[in-house]
Write a protein that binds this ligand. Structure first.
Ligand code: NAD
Length: 491
């Protein structure tokens, strides 16, 4: 078992307080590593280092910053197997998904490294003669990146890659459940040659480390992914210093199956969407909205396929679904299953914690399906586990009404063979992402990612939009007329 430290100003150093916490495998209970419980003082040290590093890093040519990120991508590619296994051991998603998480990190670093040769502003004509107008992008300064545990390689890379290519220095706080994956990433950036102080890494609790990152006025922007309550708290606290905050929050994502859909394809999709990563994806399918004319056929197939899923240690290649990530996750999900039963939803399959030899040391829950009425809590609140609510609808309008009637607006999907229905849904679904004839998951790094309503506050990660949250736009006017020209007055 390895003991890790904080990474500040290019050195691995102990926390000022010396307290530790352990990171464990949620399938076996094995302790994987220990990490410092960072303190407010540690965060201040990290901000000092980031502030000192910022002026040089800002001036470092952006294409060269891109070279470092590209090198980080190539190191991560070499370590993909080992890193993917760490993701699986620390977070609990099956090995194929652990590798996929790392692949997404690699893809994004490769993609965003090219942004170093773009970072486009605009040029535009002036309304006066002999005057030139343009915009340029500039880094913001020291930025804070606070990440969740469910994509422990990809989500930190989305934030760090975009922040660094834009020329910011970073204080990075990962989730307490997945510090090992985060430390592996920091090691990769270190090996790639990132100058000291440009990336600083502080582990520890949200209420201490996260809070100081958010409240310290020398942190000029915060990028956060996590739950709605934490996002609301951060937004409120950050507003005191008016710093920009990018929030990527929860989801309650619907998959609609229309009466003309390819049912086999749709069921294939929902299995992956609802039970991949044990339902712990912000874009997980948590509601299956089925047209009444195909309801019986679709639910029958869904149940057959769900009951055949193999649950176990996610390192085992034969396994389809691993554990949930922690004892708290397990408790919350089991509570929601009880809520569903009490509300009168009909339990179609699953519903229990798994016990027995291969399950006793981990947090295993059966893939669970309820037949539910829209409006029940299990159809409206994010459960973040392998629990799917199936809802029967009378047709397209009813399906879209139900799909939209939640506080979240992240992902959505519709299965139909009718191109008109597909295009209507693309317009009508109130979300940031819509899939047609594909599940609610499947982000690609060169396209924007994010949600509307309570899922976020307007920003988008990934794609070229990723740099918007990490750059300030400066407007520049160059007058080469040699005389005072008065805009709006001279006509
Ligand atoms: P969380 O909100 O509990 O924690 C996220 C991060 O915030 C962690 O690093 C945590 O330590 C930190 N934190 C906690 N309290 C804080 C505070 N008061 N101030 C500052 N930081 C604080 O979320 P989680 O359980 O790690 O992740 C699950 C949630 O994340 C789900 O709701 C899921 O939908 C959401 N999520 C959203 C997206 C997206 O892109 N929209 C992606 C992945 C996960």
């Amino acid at each position: 078992m390895k003991k890790y430290d904080l990474y500040i100003n290019g050195d691995w150093i102990e926390s000022t307080a010396g307290e530790k916490f352990e990171t464990k495998n949620p399938a076996t209970g094995e302790t994987l590593a220990t990490f410092p419980k960072g303190t407010k003082k540690d965060v201040v040290k990290a901000i000092d280092a980031a502030e000192r590093a910022f002026p040089q890093w800002k001036k470092y040519p952006a294409p060269k910053r891109g070279d470092i990120l590209l090198k980080a991508a190539s190191i991560a590619r070499k370590k993909k197997e080992e890193f993917g296994e760490i993701v699986t051991k620390e977070m609990g998603k099956i090995l194929a998904e652990g590798r996929g998480d790392v692949q997404e990190a690699i893809d994004f670093l490769e993609y965003i490294s090219g942004e170093g040769r773009r970072l486009f502003g605009e040029t535009t004509p002036s309304e006066l003669s002999n005057k030139f107008c343009m915009t340029i992008r500039q880094p913001i300064g020291v930025v804070g990146c606070i990440t969740p545990w469910n994509f422990p390689a990809a989500i930190p890379c989305w934030k760090l890659g975009a922040a660094l290519i834009s020329g910011n220095s970073v204080v990075f706080k990962p989730a307490t459940l997945t510090p090992l994956c985060a430390a592996k990433l920091v090691e990769i950036f270190e090996e790639a040659g990132l100058p000291p102080g440009v990336l600083n890494f502080i582990t520890g609790s949200g209420s201490v480390v996260g809070r100081e990152i958010v409240e310290n006025h020398r942190v000029k922007a915060v990028s956060f992914t996590g739950g709605v309550p934490t996002g609301v708290d951060i937004y409120g606290k950050a507003s005191k210093s008016l710093k920009p905050v990018h929030l990527e929050l929860g989801g309650k994502n619907p998959q609609i199956i229309m009466d003309d859909a390819n049912i086999d394809l749709a069921i294939e999709g929902v299995l992956f969407g609802a039970f991949g990563s044990a339902g712990q994806r912000c874009t997980a399918t948590s509601r299956l909205v089925i047209h009444k004319d195909v309801y019986d056929k679709a639910t029958k197939k869904l149940l057959e396929r769900t009951k055949a899923l193999r649950i176990g240690d996610p390192l085992d290649p034969e396994v389809d679904m691993g554990p949930v990530a922690s004892v708290d996750q397990e408790k919350k999900i089991l509570e929601y299953i009880e809520i569903g039963k009490k509300e009168g939803a009909k339990l179609l399959c699953g519903g229990k914690k798994l016990n027995g030899k291969r399950y006793d040391k981990g947090f295993f829950i059966e893939p669970t399906i309820f037949e539910a009425e829209h409006g029940m809590r299990i159809t409206k609140e994010e459960i973040f586990g392998p629990v799917l609510a199936v809802i029967k609808t009378s047709g397209y309008a009813d399906s879209v009404r139900i799909a939209n009637d939640v506080e979240y607006g992240l992902s959505s999907s519709i299965y139909t063979k009718d191109v008109s229905t597909a295009f209507r849904a693309i317009q009508d679904l109130e979300v940031g992402i819509t899939y047609v004839n594909a599940p609610t998951i499947g982000a690609e790094v060169h396209l924007p990612f994010g949600g509307i309503k309570n899922t976020g506050n307007g920003g988008r990660e990934a794609g070229t939009t990723a740099i918007d949250e990490f750059t300030e736009m400066k407007t520049v006017f160059i007058d080469y007329s040699g005389r005072l020209q008065k805009v709006q007055i001279e006509k």
